[in-house]
Design a protein around this ligand. Structure first.
Ligand SMILES: Cc1cc2nc3c(=O)[nH]c(=O)nc-3n(C[C@H](O)[C@H](O)[C@H](O)COP(=O)(O)O)c2cc1C
Length: 211
């Protein structure tokens, strides 16, 4: 019997790359799983270094072991999270015939921006982004670097012209954050809004208290 592929509308590809801002990615993953999304997660080698440096989370390089560590860390249900290897070309995210139509790279290094802007497809993150672009899906890059060079800006401009949403990891302060978690939630709330995922992480502009 052949297994029938069933498109899952509540499925999304999420990539962690090696820019600063690992806690944004983890919180986004947590919120997507809580919203009952099937998440295909791809983690670059540099992202694992950043996760350990910024969050003290040492993820094993193997996808199965990384899956186990993340489920334990986030205390999330195991079945909705699929951790894909960097060269797992048989993953659904590697083909337009099966890939989710939405993808977020959070945090996104300027190296990954360059690779995606030039269609490198040299690892599964770049390939999955290329698939979303060719299928005219929704691609969000939560880029973190400062300052930006002309090259970074040119690459982001190129992607923006192709319909990619460039969301710099630049939280606002108008919700009067008290903690780092408040700042993280600000960014994650904006990402979830763009994805069309319901969220109530941060009061919306015009609905909160005026000071
Ligand atoms: C702790 C740490 C923080 C880093 N922060 C950034 C950053 O904020 N932005 C960036 O573009 N690269 C940053 N880098 C460098 C990238 O990780 C590096 O360019 C890497 O090759 C990116 O590869 P990837 O996009 O495949 O993850 C950082 C590296 C480390 C170890």
């Amino acid at each position: 019997m052949t297994t029938q592929f069933q498109a899952n509308n509540k499925a999304l590809t999420l990539a962690f790359t090696g820019a600063s801002g690992a806690p944004y990615g983890l919180r986004l993953l947590e919120c997507l799983l809580a919203a009952d999304y099937q998440v295909y997660l791809i983690i670059s080698s540099a992202a694992r270094v950043v996760l350990a440096t910024e969050h003290g989370l040492k993820l094993p390089s193997g996808p199965d072991a990384a899956h186990k560590a993340l489920v334990e860390h986030l205390k999330c249900p195991a079945d909705k999270l699929v951790v894909c290897g960097k060269e797992d070309w048989f993953s659904p995210v590697a083909s337009g015939s099966a890939a989710p139509k939405q993808m977020v790279v959070c945090p996104c290094s300027v190296g990954s921006v360059a690779a995606i802007a030039h269609g490198m497809s040299d690892n599964l993150i770049e390939r999955a982004a290329d698939v979303v672009l060719k299928e005219r899906g929704q691609l969000l890059l939560v880029v973190r670097e400062t300052p930006f060079s002309t090259l970074h800006l040119e690459n982001m401009h190129k992607l923006s012209q192709m319909g990619v949403t460039i969301m710099p990891a630049a939280p606002g302060f108008y919700h009067q954050p008290k903690t780092i978690d408040d700042l993280i939630d600000f960014m994650v709330a904006r990402i979830l809004d763009h994805l069309g995922v319901e969220q109530g992480l941060v009061p919306r502009w015009g609905y909160g208290q005026r000071s």
